[in-house]
Design a protein around this ligand. Sequence first.
Ligand code: F6R
Length: 249
Amino acid sequence: MFYVFSSPAAIAEHLSQQLLEHIRNQPATTLGLATGSTMEPVYAALLKQIAQDPIDLSQLTTYNLDEYIGLPASHPQSYNHYMHHHLFDALGLKAAQTHLPNGLCTDCDHECHDYSAAIAQAGGLDFQLLGVGSNGHIGFNEPGTAFDSRTHVVELSETTRIDNGRFFDSMDEVPTHAITLGIRDILDAKEIVLVATGEHKAATMDLLYRTPADPQMPASALKLHANVRIYLDPAAASRLPEEALYYVD
Ligand code: F6R
């Protein structure tokens, strides 16, 4: 389950190759995407590889994990803005190919229901990319979220608001709520890769390794899935026992 690479750049290189191979084999792939610092090198590597070896993405469909409530798509910290900035615009994907929850929803429960339904209608997610919060959240499924949850509105934990506060000018500006794909939606993906890099994720990975599937540690839900890989750099893997690790390069 735990694969160790020499650096975040080595993970990005490997993972982007893996994604492109998936799309070459199955052009109508439905991809589940994450945002956050961890994914930035992955998207940069993907763009670099596509520039060197172009690929037809006209049948690709993407669904993002989450979005803050209350931020317009144009807000520099909205996940919509992040995806356009780091990936979508450079790939030239059409608006109809990419999906994020609408953070300006007026009937958010309805919006959430429709988001899970649209993914199911599209045949489910073929490949889900995940990062992980320091408290073990996946998407914005905070500790305590039921494993059978579908897309829902979440009140962000204080830990998550503080972690993500680094992107905002002040804590007052950090949204208090978000929409996230549920844990059941994530587990319905056919294949899942979670990436964790940096010393600040080492304790989280240690907790994940030691916790049997338990809603208090949301990422532990992945232990219920048959096709999950966790890609780590040496810093994030530093607290795990050697026998749990598979070294890739
Ligand atoms: C973002 C998301 C979150 C992040 C997690 C890690 O779409 O779903 O679960 O993956 O908070 O964020 P970084 O990579 O910034 O440490």
